[in-house]
Ligand binder design. Structure first.
Ligand SMILES: Nc1ncnc2c1ncn2[C@@H]1O[C@H](COP(=O)(O)OP(=O)(O)OP(=O)(O)O)[C@@H](O)[C@H]1O
Length: 276
């Protein structure tokens, strides 16, 4: 295990890494008011990889922005490691669908960026060691000096994920990081992230539209309902770890996929006026 890891007090205390308690939020005023989250509660426990799945517009990204500290709930609470979220903090590594990396910095400098910002807490040798570790973990060796514009979409997302890991976050928050990638690259990226996170054992919350992606990556899946949104169900993923390409054809995988596709279909037909 890396010397760059935080001491994980949550393991000792059993405090969830991320705790959503009866979270409510809506947008707009008067007749234009739209209630979005209507009392959402769930935890991400230490070392867990939890995907959040739900119909379009149910508030998945909103949940992630609340955990990231970019927005505040109207009611209820969001806690990270037992403390209320009051704003953005470097204890959360955030990865978005769009490549949030700096086009003018090389791969190495992008990955080291968050560490150099906090240089008073890290000496140069530490920064180099952490950067090298995540270059290797995300398969970026040989591309250290490349600029983002010379890289494919998948490679750029590898840089964004490496940078999120390198800042040594207590939790990873990912919002559809693979949504813009073609199907083949997307599967490859899922496998890379799965392997990386098995090694890193970070607690993660991962937003996705994809049933298959949620099953492949997660230890648990939180399924949200249509708006006004509540938790529809929380499922353990019984597919053995480590997962490989073959896991996708295992009976457990296929059965869970069938169940989740049916749930998602029924929510979508409800939204579109069909029989739920
Ligand atoms: N800052 C905001 N101001 C106004 N409305 C907002 C704001 N943020 C989100 N919404 C609305 O809240 C609802 C939930 O949005 P959100 O992006 O969280 O859903 P989502 O489940 O991630 O959607 P999708 O699956 O389509 O990505 C949407 O109707 C959206 O338009």
């Amino acid at each position: 295990m890396s010397e760059h890891r935080l001491d994980d007090g949550a393991i000792a205390t059993g405090v969830p890494k991320i705790h959503f308690d009866d979270v409510r939020i809506g947008f707009g005023k008067g007749a234009k008011r739209k209630e979005v989250l209507d009392g959402v509660s769930f935890d991400v426990r230490s070392g867990e990889f939890v995907s959040v799945l739900g119909p379009s517009g149910c508030g998945k990204s909103t949940l992630l922005t609340l955990a990231a500290g970019f927005a505040k709930a109207d009611a209820g609470s969001v806690e990270i490691d037992g403390s209320p979220v009051v704003g953005p903090h470097h204890d959360r590594g955030v990865v978005f669908q769009q490549y949030a990396i700096f086009p003018w910095l090389t791969v190495r400098k992008n990955i080291a960026f968050g560490l150099t910002l906090r240089a008073n807490r890290h000496n140069k040798a530490d920064i180099n060691a952490a950067t090298d570790r995540y270059i290797d973990l995300m398969g970026l060796r040989g591309f250290e000096d490349a600029l983002p514009k010379t890289l494919s979409g998948g490679m750029r997302q590898r840089v964004a994920i490496a940078r999120a890991y390198a800042t040594n976050p207590s939790v990873l928050l990912m919002d559809e990081p693979f949504a813009a990638l073609d199907a083949q690259t997307r599967e490859f990226m899922q496998e890379l992230l799965h392997e990386a996170n098995l090694e890193e054992q970070r607690s993660a919350m991962f937003i996705t539209h994809s049933v298959e992606e949620a099953i492949f990556l997660s230890s648990r899946i939180v399924v949200l309902s249509n708006r006004p949104t509540r938790v529809h169900e929380i499922l353990d993923v019984p597919v053995p770890m480590p997962r490989t390409a073959e896991s996708r054809t295992s009976p457990e995988f296929i059965e869970l996929r069938r169940h989740l596709e049916e749930v998602m279909r029924s929510m979508s037909s409800f939204t579109h006026g069909g029989t739920p």
